[in-house]
Design a protein around this ligand. Structure first.
Ligand code: NAD
Ligand code: IPM
Ligand code: MN
Length: 352
């Protein structure tokens, strides 16, 4: 039988609650000849506060020995001074994305038929954001001087390499070319960020020649937020940098049923390192520990994991089970584990 070695970083807040449901669903959907071996890793704000450790080189080596990583969410109490400066987010989550060269952050957005959108006329919402994951303002070596004085100067730097932009743009064109609408929209801010924006636009123009069937469009990030709210069906494949992609995918989640449904994949397409699957949302300290979180985003992230491991049938079955579950949701609020149980049970029934 095939064996999948899955590293599970449940993390903080609602992370462990939603991850448990995603693992439950994976176990229910995998065919009998596929064995799932999960290894829990304790990393997160809680682990750091207990041990002083965030993520060391040995930890990276241990994680690298897995086929994939499932991550819940990381980040502790925002008021805790020991966690200031995004020490966990940068030292754990971003460190993983950079170390494992997750240059594609894939964030599909779909408004399922039975799900209510806050938009009056959402139309057909079905697009995917191909967000760059290893560059941009997330890695810039910024700095500040004269801190604590009225003359303080703070700089952030956005790093955009020809190599990094081109590989992401190519992945974007491949994605667009594989979808029925075959439309790629570059989202940036080329009217202000002329150096980085110029590189992105020139790269899209150059690569587009190889994809004659893909229609190419451009929108500034500010206008893109208008279109996403007023007429989201105009989007098919959005290609964008790390920071714009972060912001626009929270908006994409909000228009398509909420952050509790939004899945993501941090992919190393070359397969040199394990890819990592996680919901778009964070640790949600405001609702943590009370079984209030919707595990659907984590479960749909597990479906992306199945796709990545070439278990497309299983992935499709998870998506239909989620779709059926969404359609059956009434006004009665279910707990995190009740949602996971229902989806897992429908998969087990279908299996037999
Ligand atoms: P958040 O996504 O955790 O929460 C935003 C809002 O959405 C909150 O009101 C929360 O209750 C709600 N929400 C989130 N997930 C939900 C779910 N599954 N079901 C129902 N409601 C849900 O964003 P935040 O408050 O800005 O960040 C909290 C912490 O998480 C911070 O430390 C942040 O840095 C971290 N964070 C981590 C990740 C990650 O690990 N991938 C992603 C984003 C934020
Ligand atoms: C996300 C998160 C992260 C990001 C943070 C927690 C570093 O917001 O995955 O969307 O900005 O990428
Ligand atoms: Mn985000």
């Amino acid at each position: 039988p095939r064996r999948i070695k899955l590293a599970v970083i449940a993390g903080d807040g609602i992370g462990p609650e939603v991850t448990a449901e995603a693992v439950k669903v994976l176990k229910a959907v995998l065919p009998g000849d596929v064995e799932l071996e999960t290894t829990p890793f304790p990393f997160g704000a809680g682990h750091f506060l207990e041990t002083g450790e965030i993520l060391g080189d040995d930890d990276l080596t241990a994680l690298a020995g897995h086929d994939a990583i499932l991550l819940g969410a990381v980040g502790g109490d925002p008021r805790d001074p020991r966690l200031a400066g995004g020490i966990i987010e940068r030292g754990l989550l971003l460190k993983l994305r950079f170390a494992f060269d997750h240059y594609v952050n894939l964030r599909p957005t779909q408004l399922f038929p039975s799900v209510a959108s806050p938009l009056a006329n959402p139309g057909d919402v079905d697009f995917v954001v191909v967000r760059e994951g290893t560059e941009g303002p997330y890695v810039g070596n910024g700095g500040s001087i004269r801190r604590g004085t009225v003359n303080e100067v703070a700089n952030e730097v956005s790093v955009n390499t020809a190599f990094g932009v081109e590989r992401l743009v190519r992945f974007g064109f491949e994605t667009a070319n594989s979808r029925p609408a075959k439309k790629l929209t570059l989202v940036h801010k080329t009217n202000v960020l002329v150096h980085a924006g110029g590189l992105w636009q020139r790269t899209v123009d150059a690569v587009s020649g190889e994809y004659p069937d893909v229609a190419v469009d451009y929108q500034h990030i500010d206008a893109a937020t208008i279109h996403m709210v007023v007429n989201p069906s105009r989007f098919d494949t959005i290609v964008t940098d790390n920071l714009f992609g972060d912001i626009i995918t929270d908006l994409a989640a909000a228009i398509s049923g909420g952050i509790g449904l939004a899945a993501s994949a941090n992919i190393n397409p070359d397969g040199t390192f394990p890819s990592m699957f996680e919901p778009v949302h964070g640790s949600a300290p405001d609702i943590a520990g009370r079984q209030l979180a919707d595990p659907t985003a984590a479960i749909l992230s597990a479906a992306l994991l199945l796709d990545h491991l070439q278990l497309a049938d299983a992935a499709a079955r998870v998506r239909s089970a989620v779709e059926a579950d969404l359609a059956s949701r009434g006004d009665a609020k279910r707990s995190t584990s009740e949602v996971g149980d229902a989806i897992a049970a429908s998969l087990s029934r279908a299996q037999n």
